[in-house]
Write a protein that binds this ligand. Structure first.
Ligand code: HEC
Ligand code: HEC
Ligand code: HEC
Length: 443
């Protein structure tokens, strides 16, 4: 009897430990409370398009949802036709290319049925039954209502068919074994649709649907475990994507967005910029320009309300951002320990647009003061923006920061990035030429 109880206790502990460490909580588990079927929820239906667009035709509604889900970002190459696929996803195990999702019958999804697309979006299974890699965020899209997936399909099928076969993947063994993704899906894809939380407001539930099912914020902002699944013990606590640091967006005061007010968050999400908080670059600029900027004001407010409810988690390596501008002249000389080449390069290539103070005389978008990137002692995003620049066709016109990747060596870019962080941030950085070379390899 005692032995049997002992064995049972061990099994229970192993199972609990398995779910705690290997599987972990789902993206919405932090909220607690009871979830109910949409029909049983007392508030407005959190899925679909905002009420003001409810009477639009299916294709128009599908367009809104396709933008909210940002399908275009991953399924388009730089300068390529929208949705024609071929964007490279570089991983340490090889390169994966996104497929063509235009209605071309040979190279796209022109022959797919409704059931085929639902299966791909909800379960990560392609039309021929092959398993898809979670670089395609189906563990988030699984929460999408069927009607929304079909609206997205109607929109995609209304676009011109583009004949384009992306390159074949080059993943090494065992990562090329697609069937392994069946195990991954069993562990990490709940394969269930969004259910409203009965104890939360309609606005919160709409925000949850936008951030989790459509906008997949966690795919970039939540750290991953060893099996590349989101570790929701550290939900939204920040991680690295495509060589960029996607910062902590929990409510932590100093290292998250807890000190940002609602207007600042709304402005950042809808325009990619908030005065005194910096400008979105890289993957976030893309998410804003292709997706978030197109959402309604009510949807921005809903995302903000939802973000506010996510538990605060500190990022120990980040300081509280420095709000004051730097001195008006480079009179401090090179900050101690920083390569003197950084200041010379800044004088020649950067000070004209960014000023010695960091408050840009040209455009508020180019003001560095208070931004997270310059207050990040890893200097990752500062280095990336120097390498790649920014050419954003935003709703507020074109803002341009030239790319300096081909003009400067790795040593020079490291010196420049460390100078910028030391001058405008709260804590100096020590990025190395080797790390710059690694960022170039990831591009
Ligand atoms: C974060 C990047 C990303 C986003 C966002 C994304 N996809 Fe994908 N998608 C991929 C990648 C990568 C693959 C290929 C996965 C593989 O080869 O296993 C893929 C595969 C697919 C497939 C399977 C095609 C086939 O031939 O098997 C479909 C369909 C698809 N995506 C549709 C969509 C739709 C619709 C959206 C928006 C709701 C979307 N994707 C958003 C990256 C993305
Ligand atoms: C494709 C990846 C990606 C997705 C998807 C994404 N983000 Fe980001 N986000 C980033 C990166 C990278 C940065 C840092 C940008 C920079 O330094 O310029 C960032 C920055 C931010 C910031 C500013 C943080 C700070 O301290 O400056 C906020 C707020 C934010 N994201 C919110 C969101 C929300 C909300 C969503 C979902 C609706 C989302 N992001 C989706 C990659 C992403
Ligand atoms: C022609 C004007 C121009 C020049 C020259 C220029 N920048 Fe920029 N920079 C901008 C603009 C505009 C932005 C905002 C980009 C955007 O909209 O995403 C920016 C953004 C940045 C950011 C990100 C700000 C944030 O809040 O995250 C950093 C860091 C930066 N620049 C550093 C530099 C450095 C270092 C140099 C010199 C090598 C330089 N810039 C040269 C115009 C310029």
């Amino acid at each position: 009897m005692l032995i049997r109880t002992g064995i049972l206790a061990v099994i229970v502990i192993v199972v609990v430990a398995f779910f705690w460490f290997v599987v972990g909580p789902g993206p919405l588990d932090f909220a607690g409370g009871k979830t109910v079927a949409i029909a049983a929820y007392s508030g407005a239906n959190p899925t679909g398009v905002p009420v003001e667009f409810a009477k639009d035709d299916l294709v128009t509604r599908g367009r809104y949802l396709t933008q909210a889900a940002d399908c275009q970002a991953c399924h388009t190459t730089e300068g390529g036709l929208p949705f024609a696929g071929g964007r490279a996803f570089k991983t340490p195990f090889g390169t994966l290319y996104s497929p063509n999702i235009t209605p071309d019958r040979e190279t796209g999804i022109g022959t797919w049925t409704d059931a085929d697309l639902l299966q791909a979006i909800h379960q990560g299974i392609s039309r021929d039954g092959t398993r898809l890699y979670p670089a395609f965020p189906y563990a988030a899209y699984t929460y999408l209502a069927d009607a929304d997936v079909l609206a997205i399909k109607a929109y995609l099928f209304s676009l011109p068919a583009v004949h384009n076969a992306p390159p074949a993947n080059s993943l090494a063994f065992p990562y090329n074994q697609r069937w392994l993704m069946a195990i991954w899906s069993f562990l990490y894809n709940p394969d269930q649709r969004f259910q409203p939380n009965a104890e939360r407001s309609p606005e919160w539930n709409r925000g949850a649907y936008l951030a989790e099912a459509l906008g997949h914020c966690g795919d970039c902002h939540t750290p991953r475990n060893r099996l590349q699944a989101l570790d929701n013990h550290r939900k939204f606590a920040g991680t690295v994507v495509q060589g960029w640091r996607a910062y902590n967006i929990t409510g932590d005061q100093d290292t998250g967005v807890g000190a940002w007010n609602n207007a600042e968050l709304t402005s950042y999400l809808s325009t990619g910029h908030a005065t005194g908080r910096g400008t979105a670059s890289g993957p976030m600029a893309e998410a804003v320009d292709l997706s978030l900027a197109h959402l309604s004001a009510t949807d921005h407010a809903a995302i903000v309300a939802y973000l506010r409810s996510v538990p605060a988690i500190p990022s120990p390596d980040l300081p509280a951002p420095k709000a004051e501008p730097a001195p008006a002249a480079p009179k401090l000389g090179t900050p101690a320990g920083i390569d003197s080449r950084g200041q010379k390069l800044f004088a020649g290539a950067c000070a004209g647009c960014h000023d010695w103070t960091g408050v840009s005389p040209l455009s508020p978008l180019a003001t560095l003061t208070g931004g997270r990137a310059v207050n990040d002692p890893s200097a990752a995003n500062v280095a990336q923006i120097i390498l790649l620049g920014a050419l954003r066709q935003t709703i507020q016109g074109v803002s341009i920061m030239p790319a300096f990747g081909s003009a400067y060596s790795d040593v020079e870019i490291a010196a420049l990035a460390n100078y910028v962080v030391a001058r405008f941030g709260a804590k100096p950085s020590a990025i190395t030429a080797e790390e710059i070379a690694e960022l170039r390899r990831m591009q």
